[in-house]
Design a protein around this ligand. Structure first.
Ligand SMILES: [Fe+2]
Length: 342
């Protein structure tokens, strides 16, 4: 994978040279040529052994069939001192600074059930985990439930790709970062795509500067999936201490406008078209396919993300069916997600 990315980067380096050399803050902005090893993180053997011992002592993981039960596992730094300290250092170095995201490698030797609990512990050691739907789930499963966004489904419950976005659109307050952990990859596709918010802002300054003041107007957003039918106002782009902070998921914006009977004006549509054109620029997109057990921690206000469309194995089943099955059944592409406020 690393070799493939480097090869890709070499092919694109000429076309993006002007971008990288004129970025507002070269230390902050990156594009498709980002060296993935800058974002990779492995816990030490000491932290991994501490984690394995802790997980082996969690009775809720024995015969686990209901993933929400993982939420009953307490996450206290005192129980996992080395793991907690390394997690904090990882976020300080890679998520709040540096590339603004980290890819934590799996801890070897864990069962599927134990691995499910790792991002839950990580998220809770890093801050407060937030409720992600009307049923109060903090441990949220991303998988294809057969719907489409055009029909009102949440992006996370489809197999659609594109629609590059930030996650913190369902809550006015947003959140600092979120975790995506791969439980099982897709049969085909489902590559993660990340874009740096500073590089996107910089590209817009050059390609469509007239879009920037429009994106800084207030837009109507729904507390979609959290408190349906309730709305709030926030801009797509905020400048904070000279740095861009983003909130964007176009399908949700358009849906909220329809529900409120307040159509987006032509200027807003054009500005979003211009933003989408930048987000669709492959020269800005860092791509990585997460392997089972890998967790990506993303600074939600400074990174856009999305994925390529995907296909599951024929006959693949949901995680709960897979955990309950007595025989080996293929698992759908399944990720867990955690929204975290530091
Ligand atoms: Fe997302």
């Amino acid at each position: 994978m690393i070799l493939a990315l480097h090869k890709l980067a070499r092919c694109r380096c000429l076309s993006i040279a002007s971008l990288t050399t004129t970025a507002t803050d070269p230390a902050d902005a990156w594009d498709a040529t980002l060296d993935p090893t800058r974002a990779f993180f492995s816990f030490s053997e000491k932290a991994a052994a501490e984690l394995a011992t802790f997980l082996a002592a969690q009775p809720v993981l024995d015969g686990l069939t209901e993933v929400r039960a993982v939420e009953f596992i307490p996450a206290r730094a005192g129980d996992l001192p080395a793991f907690a300290a390394e997690a904090r250092a990882m976020v300080d170095r890679l998520v709040l600074a540096g590339p603004r995201f980290a890819v934590a490698h799996p801890t070897p030797g864990l069962s599927l059930q134990q691995q499910l609990a790792v991002p839950w512990l990580l998220a809770n050691l890093l801050g407060d985990t937030l409720v992600q739907n009307e049923t109060g789930d903090r441990f949220y499963i991303i998988t294809d439930r057969g719907g489409r966004m055009e029909e009102g489904a949440r992006y996370s419950q489809t197999r659609q790709g594109g629609s590059f976005h930030t996650d913190g659109v369902n809550l006015k307050e947003g959140y600092d970062y979120f975790l995506l952990s791969c439980i099982a990859p897709a049969a085909h596709g489902g590559e993660s795509v990340l874009l740096n918010g500073s590089a996107v802002h910089h590209a817009l300054q050059h390609r469509a500067p007239e879009a920037l003041p429009i994106l800084q107007r207030d837009f109507v957003w729904e507390y979609k999936g959290i408190q349906s039918g309730r709305y709030y106002h926030e801009p797509i782009l905020k400048m904070v201490d000279g740095q861009p902070r983003w909130r964007y998921l176009r399908d949700y914006l358009e849906e909220a406008a329809r529900q409120q009977d307040a159509p987006l004006d032509a200027g807003a549509v054009t500005a979003m078209d211009q933003l989408d054109a930048v987000l669709d620029d492959a020269a800005l997109q860092f791509r990585h396919t997460l392997h089972a057990g890998e967790t990506v921690i993303i600074n939600d206000r400074q990174i856009f993300h999305g994925r390529t469309p995907f296909e599951d194995h024929p006959g693949a089943v949901d995680l709960e069916c897979h955990l309950a099955a007595t025989s080996e059944t293929p698992l759908k592409r399944t990720y867990s997600r955690f929204w975290v406020n530091a």
